[in-house]
Design a protein around this ligand. Structure first.
Ligand code: 0L1
Ligand code: MG
Length: 261
């Protein structure tokens, strides 16, 4: 894909998100789209959002569960970015009409006390510099019709990022084994999905380490203070108006929101 087409594709994705409109996946017209070009489209999309006054809260990892990786036939998760305008206050409301076909998943976010730079970063190194943990509800809302996409499509679409609800930030408990921590996702008081931290590439810190190593390919690093979403511990559940959604992360805390119309 040439530079003009990369920019134009980013603009189409940007407009689809802004107008809450489904589009056909990019790879229908560009079947040869590579992962590398898909990240270039994502970069253009990020630039567009920044140019329009939005700000980055931090990076996110996506497709971090074995099931999702197998489904997409990939060896490595993907990343995208969470922006300021995606934040919904804890206990707040999300209007279903402002989104296309949202799903929600429960995650754990890390906040580092020091920058960390790949390649070669390990989960242990990430844990050593992790200052805070945050329970997170991430709303994903692919801009593609029927959530129908290939790997390059979803990368270009900023890993389906849409909304995020952060629970209270807590100082990382000294002896908490994050891989063994249970994370539950409840809708209207009923647990719909549950998993342990190990569902995220073995340990959520491994996910952050993989992200540091992926960012190193473009000479970037994980920055102290930014909020890093490590990926869904639970499966993603479709949202409908009237839903009351909560996530509980054992030993860390919870987060919630309601869906209105
Ligand atoms: O945060 C995520 O894991 C979403 C990655 C994109 C896949 C999807 O939209 O289902
Ligand atoms: Mg996610």
């Amino acid at each position: 894909m040439n530079a003009a087409a990369l920019k134009e594709t980013a603009r189409i994705l940007y407009m689809a998100e802004a107008e809450k409109r489904e589009i056909v996946r990019i790879t229908r017209d560009y079947p040869e789209l590579t992962v590398e070009d898909a990240y270039k489209i994502q970069e253009e999309l990020v630039k567009l959002k920044l140019k329009r006054g939005n700000g980055i809260i931090g990076p996110k990892m996506g497709l971090t569960s074995r099931a999702k990786m197998q489904q997409m036939n990939v060896e490595e998760p993907i990343y995208g970015y969470i922006f300021k305008d995606m934040i919904v206050p804890d206990g707040g409301k999300i209007n279903i009409h402002q989104l296309i076909h949202p799903k929600v998943e429960a995650e754990i976010a890390f906040v580092l006390g020091e920058d960390i730079e790949g390649p070669g970063v390990t989960g242990e190194q990430v844990l050593a510099v992790t200052e805070y943990l945050i329970p997170v509800l991430e709303v994903i809302d692919s801009r593609y019709e029927n959530f129908s996409f290939t790997l390059p499509d979803v990368i270009a679409d900023n890993a389906s990022s849409s909304r995020v609800v952060f629970g209270e930030k807590v100082k990382k408990p000294e002896h908490l084994q994050l891989d063994a921590v249970t994370v539950s996702l409840a809708i209207n008081g009923e647990i719909r999905e549950q998993g342990t931290g190990a569902a995220v590439v073995g340990h959520p810190a491994n996910s952050a380490a993989m992200l540091a190593n992926m960012l190193a390919r473009k000479k970037q690093k994980l920055k102290a203070g930014s909020v890093i979403l490590t990926g869904g511990v639970t499966g993603a559940v479709m949202l409908t108006a009237g839903d009351s959604v909560s996530a509980q992360v054992e030993g860390i805390g919870d987060a919630s929101f309601t869906v209105c119309s």
